[in-house]
Design a protein around this ligand. Structure first.
Ligand SMILES: [Zn+2]
Ligand SMILES: [Zn+2]
Length: 373
């Protein structure tokens, strides 16, 4: 008898998501089907729901997820790292499948910039076979070419989903693009999942001091409680940007400014403010501007005068995802990752999305029935 999966479908922008059903396909050679344990809800999902990004519909949302192998397709014996893969193994997978042969994939070797990237939960239509291409479902069909990783031993699925796509995004931006060194002073602008992940990796990379600038207070309290950030600046308690800049500079060696400033706020005005928090000859990373929220005023003289290095970082590739999963035991030994999670039944996806939109929770995750079995 055929197995049927529920999935949370976005049919029309701005309208409530609907719980629909589709038959679970048998995996073709090179593919596998996973039973979803958790599907993460991300700020990007809020923007997708509002129609701020041009995506095809209908689509099952969920670009970040973790699950268990339900059925392996013919020929699938190993995960992306070459480790043996069996039915029942706990796995996570990179959301994107780059084409592997475009200019960006081959010549630039920047697979995150692939012009023809398939992305689970974003651009794979629900009304096109294999239908189940998003993580907000009981089952997800992982196509040939997917970067599927068996979780390292001792890593529970809760840890793998706690940062969602912010984890590998921070690996790419913080560890690979801008780099953080031992003894450095680092400012992180933003205390959502991307800011939390960036601050965690700055700590792990050896920063002497991490100054977390964000809000609301509940998020900063959580950060403090789990040891993320050494100094916390509440943007709501200190609404004047000039005062925030002074407060941050007071916390840097010689009031010279931070060695590196990591923008994880997603607010355009944060960039001009962040330039002022960096030291001369410092580095600035624009990591949080995933949605086009329009232009903002900056003074380019600051970049020249301070001799700033300003970098961007777009999403993540399979390599960053693998590095993120490998780092989970280290992250979990230092930070209580479970504390980030708020769990919802799959049928409550609309409520979870609203809570993420309102900033009520740090990390909302949907739990299909599979997790309880
Ligand atoms: Zn995301
Ligand atoms: Zn490509």
């Amino acid at each position: 008898m055929a197995t049927v999966s529920r999935g949370v479908v976005l049919r029309a922008f701005g309208q409530p998501l609907t719980l629909e059903e589709a038959e679970v396909p048998q995996p073709e050679p090179g593919a596998l089907v996973a039973e979803v344990t958790y599907g993460g809800v991300c700020g990007t999902d809020v923007h997708l729901h509002h129609g701020n990004l041009p995506i095809p519909t209908p689509v099952i949302l969920g670009h970040e997820a973790v699950g268990r192998v339900w059925k392996l397709g013919p020929g699938v014996e190993r995960d992306f790292t070459g480790a043996p893969l069996r039915e029942g193994d706990t796995v996570a997978w990179a959301s994107g499948i780059p084409c592997g042969h475009c200019y960006w994939c081959v010549i630039e070797r920047e697979r995150t910039l692939c012009a023809d990237r398939k992305v689970y939960g974003i651009n794979q239509r629900f009304d096109v076979w294999p239908h189940l291409s998003g993580g907000w479902a009981d089952y997800v069909y992982l196509q040939p070419g997917s970067a599927v990783f068996r979780l390292p031993d001792g890593v529970p699925p809760e840890h793998a989903i706690a940062l969602g796509c912010a984890g590998p995004t921070a690996v790419h931006g913080v560890l690979e693009r801008i780099g953080v060194g031992v003894g450095e002073t680092v400012v992180v602008q933003g205390s959502g999942p991307v800011g939390m992940a960036a601050a965690m990796y700055a700590h792990l990379a050896g920063a002497a001091r991490v100054i977390l600038v964000g809000g609301p207070a509940s998020r900063l309290d959580l950060a403090r409680e789990i040891g993320v950030g050494d100094v916390h600046v509440d943007i709501f308690a200190t609404p004047d940007p000039e005062e925030r800049i002074r407060t941050v500079l007071d916390e840097t060696p010689g009031r010279r400014g931070a060695d590196a400033v990591l923008e994880c706020a997603g607010v355009p005005a944060a960039v001009a403010e962040g330039f002022e928090m960096a030291r001369r000859n410092g580095r600035y990373l624009v990591l949080g501007q995933y949605t086009d929220r329009g232009p903002t005023a900056i003074n380019p003289h600051v970049v020249t005068r301070k001799q700033l290095t300003v970098l961007g970082s777009w999403a993540f590739a399979e390599s960053h995802y693998g590095r993120y999963l490998r780092s989970l035991p280290q992250l979990a030994s230092r930070f209580a990752l479970d504390r980030l999670l708020t769990t919802y039944p799959l049928a409550d996806a609309n409520r979870a999305l609203a809570d993420v939109a309102g900033g009520q929770v740090m990390k909302a995750v949907l739990r299909p029935a599979g997790a309880a079995r």
